[in-house]
Design a protein around this ligand. Structure first.
Ligand code: AKB
Length: 330
């Protein structure tokens, strides 16, 4: 799809012919602001409400509607849905894999209680709901090369456990109540906006560090192979999946990916831009997490059922990231 075609295809996707009113929770994390930008380009600025519990920058406020929303406050969420006549909920609030291990009770509250709230909310108000899952929903007993859509899932992080729980709750509500629950398992997502608290974060941090001072100390071994994708592919997957006709979906949870690479592979590509770069390796507890995750992610079902196709490979990703980080952060 080129951009024009995608606008034509997605612009009128409510039965009324009106654009959906969309609420994004956890909107100030890695994916929220770029997701709002994409959805606003499709459905109009006023139809996409970004929310979080964090005080926003002036730039965020100027870019479109922004409100306070605490996903642990069910009544508050009900009020937002009613007041703004929300149709779709994109639920990004979550503690990621590495940070979750440092505060398990908080991860349980945000990642599990939060999901209970938004799923029940979506059922009560008949919302289409998207909850991202992750390669972290798999564990050491899962096949790693490749990891298919349906296989053993025994994750060893609270993040992974909470994501399996979200997948199962959503599927259950879909079968029991007809909830329009949609969930993609994302790999590591690479964007110039820094993520926080993940295991795949090295693949973003390395750009910022190497382009600023030519050096980076990586917390994973050089040969750690993990599935990854560029943020534009990730958000386009989300939008296309949200717009896919229900009849085309054979399941409610799909693997998606674009590529797999190691820190070593990434360093090799970066050398083209920074020939003198110096990367050292000092594996920490995140190595154990990465070692339990898929290495090659099988997303053939998404490709077959709703035509998922990635656009960015490692070469293009590095090209765009170097430009973006240089222009906006250096
Ligand atoms: C993390 O590293 O925790 C996330 C993910 C792969 O879900 N980026």
């Amino acid at each position: 799809l080129n951009d024009f075609e995608s606008i034509q295809r997605f612009a009128h996707s409510l039965p009324t012919g009106k654009p959906p009113k969309i609420l994004i929770t956890g909107g100030l994390g890695q994916l929220g602001t770029e997701c709002a930008k994409l959805l606003r380009s499709q459905y109009g600025r006023e139809n996409v409400i970004l929310s979080d519990i964090i005080k926003p920058s002036q730039e965020i406020v100027d870019s479109g509607p922004y409100i306070f929303a605490d996903i642990l406050d069910f009544k508050g969420l009900q009020k937002i849905v009613v007041d703004h006549r929300v149709d779709w909920l994109i639920h990004f609030s979550a503690l990621l894999s590495a940070i979750g291990e440092q505060n398990v009770p908080l991860a349980v509250r945000v990642n599990i209680e939060g999901v209970h709230n938004v799923i029940e909310l979506a059922k009560q108000y008949n919302l289409r709901i998207f909850v991202p899952s992750t390669i972290g929903a798999f564990g050491p007993d899962s096949p790693r090369r490749p990891t298919p859509n349906v296989t053993v899932q025994r994750p060893r992080t609270i993040y992974g456990v909470s994501k399996v729980h979200a997948e199962l709750m959503g599927e259950y509500y879909h079968h029991k109540f007809g909830l329009d629950f949609r969930c993609l398992r994302f790999p590591g997502v690479i964007s110039s906006d820094p993520p926080g608290g993940g295991t795949t974060d090295y693949a973003v941090a390395i750009f910022h560090n190497v382009l600023r001072n030519g050096k980076y100390t990586c917390y994973l071994r050089p040969d750690t192979l993990l599935p990854m994708m560029y943020i534009e592919d990730c958000l386009r997957a989300l939008l296309e999946f949200m717009c896919a006709p229900a009849e085309s979906l054979k399941r409610r949870v799909y693997n998606v990916t674009a590529m797999s690479f190691t820190p070593e592979d990434l360093v090799e590509k970066l050398r083209k831009y920074v020939p003198e770069l110096h990367v050292t390796y000092n594996p920490d507890s995140r190595q154990l997490i990465a070692d339990s995750w898929p290495q090659i992610f099988d997303d053939s079902e998404a490709r077959a059922d709703w035509n998922w196709n990635h656009k960015y490979d490692l070469e293009k990703l590095v090209d765009l990231m170097v430009k973006d980080v240089q222009e906006n952060y250096i």
